[in-house]
Design a binder for this molecule. Sequence first.
Ligand code: SF4
Length: 47
Amino acid sequence: MKKFLKKLKSFFRVKRFLCDSCKYDYRGACSRPERPNATECSDYKSR
Ligand code: SF4
């Protein structure tokens, strides 16, 4: 059960922040205040 919860948590951690996999996740490309922890973003573009 513990293992399962750990897995579940890490899954959500990976999914949680869009910026982690966004093309614009660096200063100069993105000036959104929610970077680097955006969970929803209309400018998101996959790398
Ligand atoms: S465009 Fe959105 S998802 Fe991409 S880095 Fe900026 S805030 Fe994050």
